[in-house]
Design a binder for this molecule. Structure first.
Ligand code: GLN
Length: 485
């Protein structure tokens, strides 16, 4: 059953081949058997899942089943879930049980989806390796001595290992696409504002965007149908009407212009990544797309620009964790200063503290003009360059990441870690939609390709990847897990 996509599970439910309860039981037993090795979940909500599955089966019996009714989902542990602990993988929120659902959670719940649990992640969504979680690192199901990527590493590993057919993630600088690439799944970061940020624990509010992670583009489209749309609880939610993202999937891609920036294939790019990505582009060309060589020199600036902005926004977002209102509170504070200082010192991990220091430095009187304002100006230039390029071509393509999954001991320094987001960050700075999809393997580890589209062109990204997945099998490859199930 776990080899089936969401779309196939949906058909099986409609045909009466199995019930939502059968599906929930199957995945819960897989989680029980395999998650101890992977650590992809922080919280498993078995009882709630079985109750939701039962309700979904009842709704179906009454003829009230929508397209997602009875299908399982796991949520990254930064989406607030009413009555279920939501930690953002931080000690700071180890005791936090939200009184409300994030819009993402609420919409999928209203659609009748069954939540299996909350997935592990880098602390406060900062990172590219899922090694900074208070609950321990997540392992890559393809090779347990390698990282699954981050920050949505738990969601990615769980989908890759088929412990859930789909999961939610968030992407501020690449956190859906980079782990999707490193685990061989499909992950979509929609246009900024396409999915509501309400109830998402913030990293950098001007870039944070939720999105679906699944094995296929078709499944991502199915989820986006429920997730996309205006939400008046989020002031930056887009008012543009959502579409039926599954409708255009079957359309051929002939005549589509795909820009290939030379900067996405630097000389330093390993051939293990470059070759499968180039082969994927050739296949799209065979399917009728036109490859257009382009140049985007602005891509050289994305990492420093993002690093300054994400730290500045993160430090102000994290100032709400003061030990007073919610989250970790130190024992026996002497006074209010001591309460703030010790609660924050104890609650945040080293990686988070580093960003708070950097962000406060960026926003200090001496550095504000020099770094923060400058970074905002460069962000505008990058955004303009990408938007202009997307007037000449329909999509921009390249690798998702410069390397395949790295070992737990590699890339310890923050600079080389940041560079692993070098191809993904442009889309965040410009607010554009982008998708990562599996295109091959290098030494047993998955390789991902990325497509970046024009604003609100999610349907086109999904269509191209769907056409590619109709002609290839990479998305069907599954890792061999330890214990049998
Ligand atoms: N790796 C990036 C960072 O640490 C991206 C994080 C994200 O997209 N949430 O900032």
């Amino acid at each position: 059953m776990h080899q089936l996509t969401l779309t196939q599970l949906q058909q099986g439910l409609a045909n009466g081949d199995f019930t939502a309860t059968d599906i929930a039981e199957h995945y819960l037993s897989r989680i029980e058997a395999h998650d101890p090795q992977l650590n992809s979940f922080i919280t498993i909500t078995a009882d709630q899942a079985l109750a939701q599955a039962k309700a979904a089966d009842k709704a179906r019996a009454k003829g009230e089943a929508g397209p997602l009714n009875g299908l399982p989902i796991a949520h990254k542990d930064m989406f607030c879930t009413q009555g279920v602990k939501t930690t953002s993988a931080s000690r700071m929120l180890d005791n936090f049980v939200p009184p409300y659902n994030a819009t993402v959670v609420e919409r999928l719940q209203q659609a009748g989806m069954v939540m299996l649990g909350k997935t592990n992640m880098d602390e406060f969504a900062m990172g590219s390796s899922n090694t900074t979680s208070f609950y321990g690192a997540v392992k890559n199901p393809w090779q347990p001595d390698c990282v699954p990527g981050g920050s949505s590493g738990g969601s990615a590993a769980a989908v890759a290992a088929r412990l859930t057919p789909a999961a939610t993630g968030s992407d501020t600088g690449g956190s859906i696409r980079q782990p999707a690439a490193l685990t061989g799944i499909t992950g979509l970061k929609p246009t900024y504002g396409r999915i509501s940020r309400w109830g998402m624990i913030a990293l950098a509010s001007s870039m944070d965007q939720a999105g679906p992670m699944a094995t296929t583009a078709e499944d991502c489209a199915l989820l986006l149908n429920a997730l996309a749309g205006h939400d008046n609880k989020d002031s930056t939610s887009a008012t543009q009407a959502a579409e039926d993202y599954t409708q255009g999937l079957q359309q051929p891609i002939s005549g589509l212009r795909i820009g290939v920036p030379e900067e996405f294939f630097p000389e330093t790019l390993s051939s293990g990544v470059a070759n499968p990505v180039r082969a994927a582009l050739s296949l799209l060309e065979e399917q009728g797309a036109v490859l257009v060589p382009i140049s985007l020199p602005c891509l050289a600036w994305v990492v420093p620009t993002y690093t300054a902005l994400v730290a500045a926004e993160a430090c102000s977002n994290l100032s709400r964790f003061d030990g007073v209102r919610f989250g970790h509170q130190c024992d026996n504070p002497k006074d209010i200063e001591d309460l703030f200082t010790r609660s924050r010192s104890e609650g945040f991990g080293a990686n988070v503290k580093e960003r708070i220091l950097l962000g406060n430095s960026m926003l200090s009187v001496e550095n504000y003009q020099r770094y923060y304002v400058k970074a905002q100006q460069v962000r505008r230039l990058i955004s303009q360059a990408l938007t202009e390029a997307l007037q000449e071509v329909d999509l921009i393509a390249g690798p998702t990441t410069p390397d395949v999954a790295f070992g737990f001991d590699d890339k310890q320094d923050p600079v080389s870690m940041n560079l692993s987001d070098t191809f993904t960050i442009g889309a965040n700075l410009a607010g554009l939609p982008a998708i990562s999809f599996p295109v091959g393997f290098e030494q047993g580890l998955p390789v991902g390709a990325q497509l970046i589209g024009g604003a609100f062109k999610e349907a086109q990204l999904l269509q191209v990847v769907h056409q590619y997945q109709q002609a290839t099998q990479w998305h069907q490859e599954t890792p061999k897990l330890g214990a049998a199930q």
